[in-house]
Every structure is written in structure tokens, then in C-alpha cells.
Design a binder for this molecule. Structure first.
Ligand SMILES: [Zn+2]
Length: 407
């Protein structure tokens, strides 16, 4: 219904000299559709709900208002890519839940984003609501709304949700890689709550009351279904892809969940990380992490963080490089969600600066959104539908959450 197969086949034939979809180049060529894609990327609001700039800067300070050598995000590349709304991830590592100090980390990361805006008020602005986003888009500013990844900084006190709301947080991903006091995590075999804790149910209701988006990325399926049954507003998955392509990977959403999310007006924001997109990449990185665990067991003095990169390098020498997903693979995820629930319930949650060097060919950084647009055009998507995918779907959910709180 959303694709014009004849157009796609013709375009492919022109592009590649044959009619086979398999031979579409990974990085699409400069054709008329490339110019159209650049125009659409510049003229419409692109909202990306998960960019890990704050934690990247915590580890490696840099001036992102100018071009940076490393990382996936900086101002010049964001301008090239047409990015307008970059949700800054206020991420706290899961182990801090037990060790203490998650709230402190969250506060300091929020300070960091405030500092970026104070330093470059001609480039960036915090966005506290959808009206801010639209005004700042007109003024040529990149909006930096805040999303909290891991509800651990709430520290068991509902009043902290109001505190973080006042500091600008507009969504909370309830867990990260470990079960916490709010919900169980898809990455954690220890399922202490069988979904949400009692406090977790209260968190969902308080977020509804305040006008914060609930993010179902990272939680278990059981927690997802409880959130869907409890929340009075549509919810988002800020950075999750379709489990259809990665069977058994609970971190991505299965078809039934995508349908339920959409039925309640929500949106799934596709994660670009290769291991979220491609089973081939997943198999490689699963085998690599088994090997890494064995190596660490044999060398108990070493810490995982310290050997992460060097281990990946020596693993690649022995087993070949990580097989990256491609732009086409990412487009398959968009197509899949659209085939299930239409164009109103899918968007972008790239995880830039959060997935290391595992980004797909053709989508390596925030300058790449036009490639995504071009890919959608070449698959026959209409401009009006692309505009929804780029940002309007997310803004619709955010507005509904705001309206609910006001009523
Ligand atoms: Zn994440």
C-alpha cells in the first residue's frame, strides 16, 4: 500500500543496470533521488530519540559545536544531515543501582547538556515541549531535549520524577541492562519482578500525570505488556528495532508488541546498531562475547572495560571483521513496521554515540539521515509519509502526552 513496486524496480534498474534488489549499492549513489532526499531532510523536522552524546563527552570531552574527529555527532554533521531534534541520553550505568550514585551521574550529565547550550546559544537549545521544538526549528536551532536512560536515578522516590521533569527530562527508559527497582531488563536473566515492581506501576502513573513519555526500550516483554495496560498515554520505544529480523533477541520488539504499541498510538524508533538490525551481525557479536567471557575467566586480573577494544581487534584478526548491517537492512525494519501497522508508528532512534563502531554501512553518523530518506524514496514512500517517519510521529506522541498531563 505504501510502496510503488514499479517505481522501485525501475529506479533500481537505472541505478544498478539490472533489476535485482540485491544489487542496490550499500551507499546509494548521487542521483535525482539524492537531491530530493537532501531537500526533504533539510525542510522537515528530523527527530532522533536516542543519541548518547552526554556519556561520550563524560568519557572523552570534546567541543561538539565544531567538527570532532571521533564520535557520531557534532554540530556541522548534524546540520549536513538535517537533524533538528537530538534527544540527549542521560544514561546511568546499571551497576550504579547497587553501588549508589546514579542520581549524581544523571545530574552531572544534565549539567553537561545545559553547558553545551549555554556555550552555543546560536546553535543549540533545550526543548521542553513540542512548541519549543517547532519554534527552534524555525529559528534554525538544533533542539536538545533530554531522555533518561535507566530509571535508577529516581532512587525509589516518586518526587524525583518531578525533580527530573523540572530539569528537562521528557522520557524515561525504565531500565537499562540490569533489572532495577522499577522493572526487569531484557538483558538480565534475573527477573525479580516478572515485569514491573509495585513502585514501577506508580512510576508509570506519575509519568502520565507529569507529561513524560514512557520508554519501553530495554524492559522485558512482561514489563512491556504491564506498561501498555497501565499507561493512559501512548508510549515510545526510543531505540528498538524489529525482532522479526533477530529472533529471540528480546531487546527488539516482536510483531505482537508493535501492533499493541501502535493500537494505543505509540511509536517505535528504529535503532541503527548493526546487531539490532542484522542476525548475521548478532551471531558474530554473540560468538565474540562468549570468547571474551572465556578469556576474562582465564585472566581474572583483567577488567572487561579495559580489554573491550583490544579484544575486539584481536578477535577480528582471527575471525574476520564485524559484518556490518547495511542501509538496506535498516530500511527492511522500517518496511516491516509499516507493513504491520502503517506509517504512523515508526521513527528514528539511531543510538548514535551509543553503539560504538557497529553502525551500518551508509548510516555511520548524524550526517547520514539523507541516505535513509533516499532509501525510503527509492522504496516508493511518499514525501508526506517520510516526514511522519522523520519526526512528526514522535512529535504527535509527545504532544498527546503533554495534552494528557494538562487535562
Ligand atoms: Zn540503550
Amino acid at each position: 500500500m505504501f510502496k510503488n513496486t514499479a517505481f522501485t524496480a525501475l529506479t533500481l534498474a537505472l541505478l544498478t543496470g539490472c533489476g535485482s534488489a540485491a544489487s542496490l549499492p550499500d551507499v546509494v549513489r548521487d542521483t535525482d533521488s539524492a537531491a530530493a532526499a537532501r531537500r526533504i531532510a533539510q525542510s522537515s523536522i528530523i527527530a532522533d530519540t536516542h543519541i548518547d552524546v552526554p556519556y561520550r563527552l563524560e568519557k572523552n570531552p570534546a567541543d561538539i559545536s565544531a567538527a570532532t574527529e571521533d564520535g557520531d555527532f557534532d554540530y556541522p554533521r548534524a546540520v549536513t544531515g538535517g537533524l533538528n531534534v537530538a534527544f540527549m541520553s542521560i544514561y546511568t550505568p546499571a551497576k550504579l543501582e547497587a553501588d549508589g550514585g546514579s542520581r549524581k551521574v544523571a545530574e552531572s550529565l544534565i549539567d553537561k547538556v545545559d553547558g553545551i547550550v549555554e556555550q552555543s546559544p546560536d546553535k543549540f537549545a533545550i526543548a521542553r515541549n513540542v512548541a519549543d521544538v517547532r519554534e527552534q526549528f524555525k529559528a534554525g536551532l538544533i533542539s536538545l531535549p533530554l531522555g533518561m536512560e535507566n530509571g535508577s536515578p529516581i532512587e525509589g522516590d516518586l518526587r524525583n520524577i518531578g525533580h527530573f521533569y523540572n530539569r528537562g527530562i521528557r522520557y524515561i527508559t525504565l531500565t537499562h541492562s540490569l533489572s532495577n527497582h522499577i522493572a526487569d531488563s531484557s538483558y538480565d536473566d534475573h527477573r525479580q519482578w516478572h515485569g514491573l515492581s509495585e513502585f514501577g506501576f506508580d512510576v508509570v502513573r506519575e509519568m502520565n500525570r507529569l507529561g513524560m513519555m514512557i520508554d519501553v526500550s530495554h524492559v522485558t516483554d512482561a514489563a512491556f505488556w504491564q506498561i501498555i495496560a497501565t499507561s493512559k498515554t501512548p508510549v515510545i520505544a526510543s531505540h528498538s528495532s524489529a525482532r522479526h529480523f533477530t529472533p529471540g533477541f528480546e531487546r527488539n520488539m516482536n510483531d505482537e508488541m508493535i501492533v499493541a504499541l501502535a493500537k494505543r498510538g505509540g511509536v517505535i524508533q528504529i535503532n541503527f546498531g548493526s546487531s539490532f538490525i542484522s542476525q548475521t551481525t548478532r551471531d558474530y557479536s554473540d560468538a565474540r562475547s562468549v570468547a571474551r567471557k572465556q578469556y576474562l575467566a582465564q585472566n581474572p586480573d583483567l577488567r572487561e572495560d579495559d580489554i573491550y577494544r583490544s579484544f575486539a581487534e584481536s578477535y577480528a584478526e582471527e575471525h574476520g571483521p564485524l559484518p556490518f548491517a547495511t542501509l538496506n537492512d535498516v530500511l527492511d525494519h522500517f518496511d516491516h513496521v509499516v507493513s504491520l501497522v502503517g506509517v504512523d508508528h515508526v521513527g528514528i532512534g539511531s543510538d548514535y554515540d551509543g553503539v560504538g563502531d557497529s553502525l551500518p554501512v551508509g548510516l555511520k553518523d548524524v550526517a547520514s539521515y539523507p541516505n535513509l530518506v533516499q532509501g525510503l524514496l527509492e522504496r516508493g514512500y511518499r514525501e508526506a509519509d517520510i516526514v511522519k517517519i522523520l519526526g512528526e510521529n514522535l512529535l504527535r506522541v509527545w504532544q498527546a502526552v503533554e495534552d494528557h498531563a494538562r487535562s
